[in-house]
Design a protein. Structure first.
Lengths: 413, 409
């Protein structure tokens, strides 16, 4: 579920529905979220009512169909899976809906697939051309990203009103301008490294990587703000006042935490690895066939956990920093208290379960990840919910919709 | 109207975000939507309750019921764009005369037998794709790509290898000439004279087939085989098999196909460690390289026979290789123990010199080191066999057996 919907409110509360009545996660809830509400505001937490067993059936049947149709079923599978997640996401008594039609998705995926094959093939067979293709992709990126956002938002609704992405290609360009520059630098200073002759080392070849690292927080921040600042719910604008410099402070702290984690995990992995292999692996491998792989996995676990902890650290900070400064139609505030440690534990559990079940735990992992992420979010609504959101009316321009349909397609693979 | 069925829902008119609790009265011909009385909180509640406003009244056929996804609520779409959402699945299905899961997909997802079938089917399909579909498709695609397209990849690979691993060959003219004449005879009888090019480099015993048709023979190989043209022909024929079957290109294609499939399966869930994605990809690509080696071996057997030689030559070449590998394995461990005894202040330059001496001795007389060490040899072979799934090449014993079987035909 790594997609643009991280930027959308989702959740649940459906008093009059039969689907209602399930327990919400006690760890994350109103109690922690309520103090953030101002006087006169009503807190409406998001809820996720989907269950692992229910999703397993959908997942396995659609995955099976995707594999036996050599991928052609994937748009239908995507729609069905996304409908499961959005329809199970409730807030303030209503759920979300995904409206996309399969054919535009298939169309987009075929184009993206062909482009990817061309890129991959040229890159592998003649690596000299790879940076040129990367440059072309980088120059097309603003258009691709904006089209994809448009498609996904205009195909999502809440309370029978569609979301909309009102940004244009120029907004995409403003967020993604570093990409073509990095691609150009790579062309100018190709990374050719000769380890046998260190004197010939040319520092200029590090320029593209350095520039990309220096601008990565900007790219991530600008991309997220592109989504949050140019979206509409019906006619109500969504806005986020987070600054790009917040992303720099998050990533700088992330860098320090990452270095610390790498040292600790590297040491632990090396200790486990060394102990296992020097002491008894040689004798055991002769007896148990799969032991080397299992032992290798055990030794890799500290590093895997450290990587997930680091991922959770930056991810949760970015989510909190942006959602907590996001408003819909000036009267609805989003707030979010997603925490690093529970997310890291969840991701680690997912990794282990997926590995040990040979992939069959994927639906379970997806559902509990969605639940954790949805249920750490809430809306603070100043006044009666219906009256407030009534300000969000559906735009009645049919031509705008048609143009959106024609020029947008889903490129997310 | 008494025959009509009633169900409760949330009503959204499609023009504003307002939510209204409603009751739907569904008869065989029409649907009527009324706000539920207690929603109206004005002073005239009693009066209003007597006649709650009708929000919509439309023919039954014009109401579109969404497909059911798991236990998510039904969506009833009205012709004017209004929407009723209800989690009362039973009431909707009876009012609109739907079998539970009327949609074929929903029916499959609900049927436990189909779910079990899908699990098994997915397993079988993935196995089939891995074992047969991916290799066959990669083969078909690879043979349609012109050889010239591969050549630049070969050139770049060789440039990289020259920088990292290979040195200029120090073979004498006589040795070079002998290998070249073997090479040219084989190329002619394989019909690959226009494709393959022979190159010499100084490195440990090995031979490489690069994309585009370059075959590299190392000084170490010529030395290990003591210029025995029987053994050299066997290894060169094997490398020609890689060229003929376009193995380097196929390995690229197979690797990408397995990465794509694993990505499609695992891509559903974020925050799963890279471990989950990479482990199956690595194990499956190792399987593909072993298959390629077997195919090149079979090609070598046929080519050797065609040019008046015997697959037994290949078996002998593999025996020499195995002897060298085991000799190295035994001597290096013995050497390590000697190092441990000599205390912590080991001169590392000495260690390198010692390692070179070991390599030299194993290259020149590999069989000698293995004399009278049958127990250790058997153990090494057993370990090799048991951990075969982690190797890029099939177990040497298996290759020798295949060569002998081919020779006895």
């Amino acid at each position: 579920m790594s997609d643009v919907f991280v930027g959308l409110p989702r959740g649940h509360d459906a008093p009059a529905n039969a689907a209602e009545g399930r327990e919400s996660n006690p760890e994350l809830n109103l109690m922690t979220l309520a103090p953030a509400a101002r006087p006169g505001e009503v807190v409406e937490p998001f809820r996720f009512t989907g269950e692992a067993g229910e999703y397993f059936r959908i997942w396995i049947v659609n995955t099976f169909l995707v594999i036996v149709t050599i991928g052609l079923w994937s748009p239908w599978a995507k729609i069905r899976k996304r409908r499961f997640f959005l329809r199970h996401t409730w807030v303030a008594g209503a759920n979300f809906e995904y409206h996309a039609e399969p054919w535009p998705i298939l169309h987009g995926r075929l184009i993206a697939g062909a482009a990817f094959v061309a890129y991959w093939f040229t890159g592998e067979v003649n690596p000299r051309y790879a940076p040129w293709i990367a440059l072309i992709v980088a120059m097309l990126a603003p258009w691709l990203v904006v089209s994809s956002l448009r498609f996904n938002l205009s195909n999502t609704s809440y309370r029978n009103l569609r979301f909309r992405f009102a940004g244009g290609v120029s907004d995409g360009l403003r967020a993604l301008w570093p990409l073509p520059i990095v691609a150009l630098l790579t062309l100018a200073f190709p990374p050719v490294f000769d380890p046998t002759d260190i004197t010939k080392f040319d520092w200029k070849m590090l320029l593209p990587t350095l520039l990309l690292s220096a601008l990565y927080p900007y790219l991530h921040g600008a991309f997220r703000l592109l989504l949050l600042n140019h979206s509409r719910f019906g006619s109500a604008p969504i806005a986020c006042t987070t600054r790009v410099r917040t992303f720099y402070s998050i990533y700088l702290r992330g860098l320090l935490v990452g270095i610390g984690l790498m040292l600790v995990a590297g040491l632990l992995s090396a200790l486990i690895f060394g102990a296992i292999f020097s002491a008894w692996a040689g004798k055991l491998t002769a007896k148990a066939k799969w032991l080397p792989v299992l032992l290798g996995l055990v030794a890799a676990l500290p590093s895997a956990f450290a990587a997930l902890l680091w991922f959770a650290f930056t991810q949760t900070r970015v989510i909190n920093a942006t959602f907590n400064l996001t408003t819909v139609s000036s009267n609805v505030r989003v707030f979010c208290q997603i925490r690093t440690w529970p997310m890291a534990k969840l991701y680690f559990g997912n990794t282990l379960a997926v590995l040990l079940s040979f992939g069959l735990a994927i639906p379970w992992a997806a559902v509990r990840t969605a639940k954790q992420r949805v249920e750490t979010t809430a809306l603070a609504i100043g006044g009666d919910i219906d009256d407030i959101i009534t300000g969000a009316v559906s735009p009645s321009s049919a031509t705008a919709d048609a143009a959106t349909e024609f020029f947008s397609f889903d490129v997310a693979l | 109207m008494d025959a009509s069925k009633h169900l409760q829902a949330q009503w959204f008119d499609g023009h504003s975000a307002r939510r209204t609790s409603v009751e739907l009265s569904v008869s065989d011909v029409a649907v009527e939507v009324r706000a539920i009385a207690h929603e109206i909180t004005s002073a005239e509640e009693a009066d209003a309750a007597a006649a709650p406003p009708v929000l919509a009244r439309v023919p039954l056929a014009q109401v579109r019921v969404s497909e059911r996804v798991g236990n998510t609520p039904y969506r009833l779409c009205f012709p004017d764009g209004a929407l009723a959402v209800t989690g009362d699945h039973v009431a909707v299905e009876s009012a609109f005369h739907l079998a539970p899961g009327a949609h074929w997909l929903a029916r499959m997802e609900r049927a436990s037998w189909f779910v079990v079938l899908a699990i098994a089917g997915l397993g079988v399909a993935l196995y089939f794709a891995w074992q047969s579909l991916i290799p066959k498709a990669a083969e078909a695609v690879a043979h349609r790509i012109p050889r010239d397209a591969e050549k630049s990849l070969g050139t770049i690979t060789l440039q990289g290898l020259d920088r990292w691993l290979l040195k200029t060959s120090r073979l004498e003219a006589g040795e070079v000439g002998a290998v070249r004449s073997v090479f040219e005879t084989l190329a002619a009888s394989a019909g690959l004279s226009d494709t393959v090019v022979l190159q010499f480099r100084d490195a440990a015993p090995n031979a490489l087939a690069l994309p585009g048709g370059t075959i590299v023979v190392t000084d170490g190989l010529v030395r290990l085989f003591r210029s025995d043209e029987r053994l050299l022909a066997a290894v060169i024929a094997h490398e020609m098999g890689h060229i003929q079957h376009r193995h380097s290109l196929r390995r690229l294609l197979e690797g990408s196909a397995s990465a794509l499939i694993v990505g499609a399966l695992v891509g559903d869930v974020s925050g799963v460690s890279a471990l989950t994605v990479n482990a199956p990809i690595i194990l499956s690509s190792l399987h593909y390289t072993r298959e390629a080696e077997r195919e090149a071996d079979q090609y070598a057997f046929a080519l050797l026979r065609k040019s008046g030689r015997s697959p037994n030559d290949f078996a002998d070449a593999m025996r020499r290789f195995e002897a060298m590998e085991f000799c190295l394995a035994l001597r290096v461990t013995a050497h390590d123990e000697a190092l441990k005894q000599s205390g912590p202040n080991v001169d590392h330059r000495d260690e390198r010199a010692a390692r070179e001496r070991i390599t030299d001795s194993c290259m020149d007389r590999p069989d000698k080191a293995l004399e009278g060490r049958d127990g250790e040899l058997a153990e090494l072979r057993h370990t090799d066999r048991e951990t075969g799934y982690m190797h890029t090449h099939p177990v040497t014993r298996e290759r020798i057996a295949a060569a002998e079987a081919a020779a006895s035909q």
